[in-house]
Design a protein around this ligand. Structure first.
Ligand SMILES: Nc1nc2c(ncn2[C@@H]2O[C@H](COP(=O)(O)OP(=O)(O)OP(=O)(O)O)[C@@H](O)[C@H]2O)c(=O)[nH]1
Ligand SMILES: [Mg+2]
Length: 197
């Protein structure tokens, strides 16, 4: 996908305050530091479009981007960052929940999972809850550049096995690296496949 224009529209604390639109929207979620903002930059080929940081807890609001004037990306705060205050974690939790349950133009939620570590309960719980609410979802394993191909396949298989304890069918599962750009074409092809013809 060629990205001719990529615009930052704004940041909101509440879904209700966001501009309403019928444009197809794709949101990125996952534990803090998993690489959500970096993946948005990789997919849009715009370093610095979404703000990244090596310190977890960087993204603290709902950030909206407009691509080619026809698709929207949403960068969400991460979940599960223990060092955030309880208050902030609750605020982020509510922010994410309201966005996911109320945003009518959400075409797909990409749930990012760090491929370097064994399956995390918090990711499983989050995915299971989204599944129960019928939120359209795809998984993206991140930081593939940090792993050997055999480790990568083994870790992906471990995540899939864990999910299959709950689900008969798995959502699409892509592998990505913001460094090597692996996964870019696959994710864009998937996005294109969800758009109205
Ligand atoms: N090696 C490698 N590092 C990555 C990759 N993606 C992200 N990172 C690094 O991981 C750290 C976190 O990246 P972010 O994109 O800010 O993560 P985030 O999920 O948006 O984090 P929060 O906004 O804090 O929830 C940064 O230091 C990135 O450079 C990747 O694919 N490979
Ligand atoms: Mg971020």
């Amino acid at each position: 996908m060629d990205i001719n224009t990529a615009e930052y529209i704004g940041s909101w604390q509440k879904n209700a305050d966001m501009p309403h639109t019928e444009l197809p929207e794709f949101a990125f979620i996952g534990r803090s530091n998993v690489g959500k903002s970096s993946l948005i930059n990789m997919l849009t080929q715009r370093n610095g479009l979404a703000k990244t940081s090596s310190t977890p807890g960087k993204t603290q609001s709902i950030n909206l981007f407009l691509l080619n004037k026809k698709i929207q990306f949403v960068d969400l705060p991460g979940y599960g960052y223990a060092k955030l205050s309880k208050d902030k974690r609750e605020i982020f939790g509510k922010m994410i929940k309201h966005y996911l349950h109320e945003r009518v133009n959400l075409y797909c939620l990409f749930v990012l999972i760090d491929l370097r570590i064994k399956p995390q309960q918090i990711d499983m719980d989050f995915i299971n809850e989204c599944g129960e609410h019928d939120i359209p979802m795809a998984l993206i394993g991140t930081k593939a550049d940090k792993l050997k191909p055999t480790e990568l396949e083994a870790n992906k298989a471990a995540i899939e096995a864990k999910l299959l304890e709950f689900w008969n069918e798995l959502p699409p599962f892509f592998i990505s690296s913001a460094e090597t750009k692996v996964g870019r074409d696959e994710v864009w092809n998937f996005i294109k496949g969800t758009l109205p013809k």
